[in-house]
Ligand binder design. Sequence first.
Ligand code: LLP
Length: 423
Amino acid sequence: MIMDNLTYRDGKLFCEDVPLEAIAKQVGTPFYLYSTTALKHNFQEFDSGFDGQDHLTCFAVKSCSNLAILQILGKMGSGADIVSGGELFRAMKAGIDPNKIIYSGVGKTKAELREALYGGILMFNIESPQELDRLQGVAEEIGATARVAFRINPDVDPKTHAYISTGLAKNKFGIPVDEALQEYLRARDMENIEIAGVSCHIGSQLTEISPFVEALQKLKEFITTLNDNGIGISYLDLGGGVGITYDDEKPPHPHDYAAAIRKELAGMDCTLILEPGRVITGNAGILVTRVQYTKVNSGGEKEKQFVVVDAAMNDLARPSLYGAYHKIVPVTEASEDQELVDIVGPICETGDFLAKDRMMPKVEQGDLLAVLSSGAYGFSMSSNYNSRPRVAEVLACNERFQVIRYREEYEDLLRGESLSVME
Ligand code: LLP
């Protein structure tokens, strides 16, 4: 098995029991492909680590927002961690119980707050004093009560990529611990606010447990301070962030992560909330792309080989944006001959690559390649840059597959636009 539920059989790559070639033939390329079994397994494995502990797993919708996937997870009991009105809309459409939806993010608009209040979500994770005031105002307007937690910025180094580290004092997220008490005291006196919890999220793709524990310790200390001030809380939200293996990273097994958290929580009387994204979807999805051209540019100091594929940075932004590594394998096991190549897309930017200086079995025009570990922050970060229709999303289940988002057509690119009537 080269990834969850991805195997070669007689030299051909299968997801579950479906040959990738068959999907490419029917759906065209590029496409994202998810394994139902892997999704369910990853959710179950994560969630079961907390068996016996009062908890709620709220899948981070931003990591992979397809309706069908939200529905599968919702049916397994997952709640949703949302960060926009759009994500709220999706989560509700997918049938996720609003009472299991929590709303994070630094920039919630009035309209979004209103929609979430009408939706009856479980809790708002407040990230600034002004947001608290705004929420009180909106709740008053519609005669609702808003349950809140403040997102505490614990100033813990998650030891991950700078762009996805969120719990350091210099990051834009949350409220510093030493300013948080004041906000809880203000919230306590607000007519339409109910204090429900304390939350944090320190970063993403963490490969060590210790930063989580450190953050939790700081939260516990703060909860004691709250209690000393007569404020009790019902929910402790530890955010997401558990990493996965893209290359040779050794992230903690979800059960080891859970055990460390549970140990730290012993004796505490509150419901634990978790917001995992990547660890559920990352290794349950791939991006399949077809080689359009191979070329050699020999002008520079040394000859450079390029494999030009039909997927690009607009389809999978992670390599361009973070210099992220994704394994890439041929869909039909190829020759033993290896070559050093850059795998690039058709977009007119030098930063448009899926892999750089990568040793690959020799590939040829027309070959299919699978970009592994692309289930999280893959499609959900894709765009229409260079007026490229967004690709199809496909779900495999045993020997069957289903398109869960059709490939966009040119007309989709123009939706909402109009020709100018002014000269
Ligand atoms: N909760 C909050 C408040 C978050 O901001 C995030 C992710 C999560 C939960 C889920 O984190 P996870 O379990 O997936 O690590 N685009 C980047 C990752 C950005 C993460 C943003 N926040 C990437 O492709 O690596």
